[in-house]
Design a protein. Structure first.
Length: 201
């Protein structure tokens, strides 16, 4: 798994968020030397702007930032629909805040002064988790499609098949709602033939 992370390092985007330019530069340089693509931000608001504009696997965020508390930042991050993992960096006196950030959804935390080897190890473990999560989603989608194929070939009752199609596709994409529309040849209009999780229309 570590070899897979290292061989695909160029494909990982990492965002370093720190109000101190020196620390931002040092951490970014360390990660870039490992082959990661790195962006930096000096505050949470700038970080959110970048997260809206691009996709990042991981954000390293200094808890000393003052624009918003880390739980609020994590909430805003999820509201964007982002699955970016977050590792917070905290002073020794901020260990309680770091733990609170993890309860709010952060993947992990590091205490300053930052140990380079420890930082790289935490980053690799985080990316390893992301790889495993992606593989699980891929396998789940394949299983759902196989199940859908089995259903389609074992039953020709359309009233039964349409809801099954919706259910399997929603499961594959982890969707909360969905609908299946077919073109009515007579009226040349689309008609909803099955739906799930939607209000009646």
């Amino acid at each position: 798994m570590m070899e897979a992370i290292q061989s695909a390092a160029h494909a990982w985007n990492i965002l370093v968020v720190d109000h101190e330019a020196t620390t931002r530069g040092l951490v970014a340089s360390l990660l870039e030397k490992q082959g990661y693509r790195v962006n930096t931000a000096k505050g949470e608001l700038e970080a959110l702007d970048q997260l809206r504009a691009d996709t990042f696997a991981l954000a390293l965020m200094n808890l000393a930032l003052s624009e918003m508390e880390s739980p609020a930042f994590l909430q805003r991050l999820r509201e964007l629909g982002s699955d970016t993992e977050v590792i917070v960096i905290a002073d020794q006196a901020q260990s309680g805040q770091a733990t609170e950030a993890m309860r709010a959804g952060a993947y992990d935390y590091l205490l300053q002064p930052i140990n380079k080897e420890e930082l790289l190890l935490r980053v690799k473990k985080c990316l390893e988790k992301l790889l495993l999560d992606r593989e699980k989603k891929r396998l789940s989608a394949e299983i759902s499609l196989m199940e859908l194929s089995r259903v389609l070939t074992s039953n020709l009752d359309l009233a039964f098949l349409y809801p099954q199609v919706i259910e399997q596709v929603m499961r594959a994409f982890a969707a909360d709602s969905g609908s299946l529309m077919l073109l009515d040849e007579a009226s040349q209009r689309f008609t909803i033939v099955a739906q799930q999780g939607l209000q009646d229309v």
